[in-house]
Design a protein around this ligand. Structure first.
Ligand code: APR
Length: 250
């Protein structure tokens, strides 16, 4: 099916759907200037995830880990939502039973105005006390860019704070997982901008399909999920989503 027909097919499905869920990955922020993790210019080409995005890495060298997150925060602070974020935000307001689950921690969906984002991997703009000290909340927003000191410290116990993101080997927040699985019960489940290699996020589209959803993947590249979905749209999210939306509005 060519791109124009695929876009029309997705618009037809969304137009008649009573419930829609979108799962996004780093690819939807690529056009905003936020580096992806994999692929030719991905972050994991220059850094070893095990050295930066695990509790063991943080225990071993909190300064190194915070230098990397501080660099990413400074970069992301200069980035703005792109057309893909804008369309998904419009759908979150237009369709009562629209859910957005994102693997991204950059906050660009919220900045675009998306309601009630399910942050599957947390937020780079939130922190928590590494010791989980009794005086500190479970997590809190900390927008400082850059931090005055690296690694930054907990204001409640002077111990270390850590980024409020889910690291490799860590469990997804149970409430986030429950909301995500509930959102998989929908008529249309689409993924955009994810390489579909990190579980359990990558498994949600299979869960949706098993519950009868029409499944769609939007990604210029093929992924391990491409052969299992109903519609594969091999194009950029910031191109596809506005094109689908203009058909919905026409
Ligand atoms: N539109 C759509 N997809 C795009 C675009 C675009 N403009 N540009 C790139 N992509 C695709 C790439 O082809 C790739 O398949 O986005 C995907 C990004 O994949 P990853 O970098 O692996 O990002 P993601 O799938 O979100 O990673 C999942 O892995 O490192 C962890 O916690 C991190 O949340 C992240 C998780």
């Amino acid at each position: 099916m060519n791109l124009e027909h695929s876009i029309a097919a997705l618009a037809t499905r969304i137009r008649s759907a009573a419930s829609i869920t979108a799962l996004t990955g780093a690819g939807v922020s690529a056009a905003s200037g936020v580096p992806t993790f994999r692929g030719s210019k991905g972050l994991w080409r220059n850094y070893a995830p095990e050295q930066l995005a695990t509790p063991e890495a943080f225990r071993e060298d909190p300064r190194l880990v915070w230098e990397w997150y501080n660099w990413r925060r400074e970069l992301i602070a200069k980035c703005r939502p792109n057309a893909a974020h804008t369309v998904l935000a419009a759908w979150s307001r237009r369709y009562p039973r629209f859910h957005l689950i994102t693997q991204n921690v950059d906050g660009l969906h919220e900045l675009a105005g998306t309601q009630d984002v399910v942050r599957f991997h947390g937020s780079i703009w939130e922190v928590l006390c590494w010791e989980r000290c009794p005086g500190s909340p479970e997590r809190w927003r900390d927008d400082r860019v850059p931090f005055e000191e690296i690694p930054p410290h907990c204001p409640h116990c002077s111990g270390l704070i850590r980024p409020g993101v889910v690291w490799f080997g860590e469990a997804i927040d149970p409430e986030v997982w429950t909301r995500s699985v509930e959102a998989a019960s929908c008529e249309v489940f689409l993924t955009a901008g994810t390489s579909a290699v990190v579980y359990p996020a990558a498994g949600l589209i299979h869960e949706a399909r098993s519950r009868g959803a029409f499944t769609v993947e939007i990604n210029p590249d093929l992924t391990p999920n491409s052969g299992a979905v109903d519609l594969t749209i091999q194009a950029r999210a910031e191109e596809v989503l506005p094109a689908v939306d203009s058909l919905l509005l026409s």
